[in-house]
Ligand binder design. Structure first.
Ligand code: PGA
Length: 245
């Protein structure tokens, strides 16, 4: 089965740092792991240019649904497609919880990505409060329902399970127990059956690094990882790739 290493650079690096990292990652393409990097939107075109002759794909961290119009500060799935983005993160927890994106916004963005020929990476995951109340399955069930009701069953997409409490803050964080992630991804896989006829690759994200990546990747329901902070450090990135090929 194919393995995936997706890198969410968030807003950790400035333009020159992103360019330097992309040039280093270029040397690690064609290793049999599907790599997608999600740079800052301002650097997207330049990073795409560096990686365009390689197997490393470049995605958007965030897109909105309306294709064009009076939406100051935003970028649509349609415009991202024109810029040759292959993937887009949809419903990342920082968009949900820092910028107040609703399940309804996320459902629209998901459909807009499909319409624009962009593969959505739907991010779901419970908060610490949900977990304390043992509502993790309820939370992801609801997030899947809201995002996927109305989506065509033959659509191709990814789901990234990212428990909000496990996502690092400026690089400091604690990943969840791989057993816990495996249980949640098995649950997500079963839930997905009602929404799709496709085999949907499932990713885990939240404080993945070069030390713990293997313990997640060897779980049967985890097809790949979505890495934030550790993916912005080339040495850590190289070690992650080398261990999962
Ligand atoms: P992290 O971020 O690896 O820094 O925890 C993951 C994510 O938010 O996608």
């Amino acid at each position: 089965m194919k393995q995936y290493l997706f890198s969410n650079w968030k807003m950790y690096l400035d333009h020159d740092q992103q360019m330097a990292l992309a040039k280093q990652i270029k040397e690690l393409s064609d290793l049999g792991v599907q790599q997608v990097v999600f740079p800052n939107a301002l650097s997207f075109m330049a990073i795409h240019d560096v990686l365009k002759s390689t197997s490393v794909q470049v995605g958007m961290q965030h897109v909105i649904a309306p294709p064009q119009g009076g939406y100051t500060g935003e970028t649509s799935a349609y415009l991202a497609h024109q810029a040759e983005a292959t993937h887009a993160l949809v419903g990342h927890s920082e968009q949900r919880h820092v910028f107040g994106e609703s399940n309804e916004d996320i459902a629209k963005q998901f459909l807009a990505c499909l319409d624009a020929d962009i593969i959505p990476v739907l991010c779901v995951g419970e908060t610490a409060e949900d977990k304390a109340e043992n509502r993790q399955e309820y939370r992801v069930k609801k997030q899947l329902l809201k995002a996927l009701t109305g989506a065509p069953k033959e659509a191709q997409f990814f789901v990234a399970y990212e428990p909000v409490w496990a996502i690092s803050q400026s690089g400091v964080g604690e990943a969840c127990d791989p057993e816990y992630a495996e249980h949640m991804l098995a649950y997500i896989r079963t839930e997905l059956e009602q929404y799709t006829t496709q085999s949907i690759p499932l990713l885990y994200g939240g404080s993945i690094n070069e030390k713990n990546v293997v313990s997640f990747m060897k779980k049967p329901h985890i097809d790949g990882v979505l890495v934030g902070s550790a993916s912005t450090d080339f040495e850590k990135y190289r070690l992650m790739i080398e261990q999962i090929v």
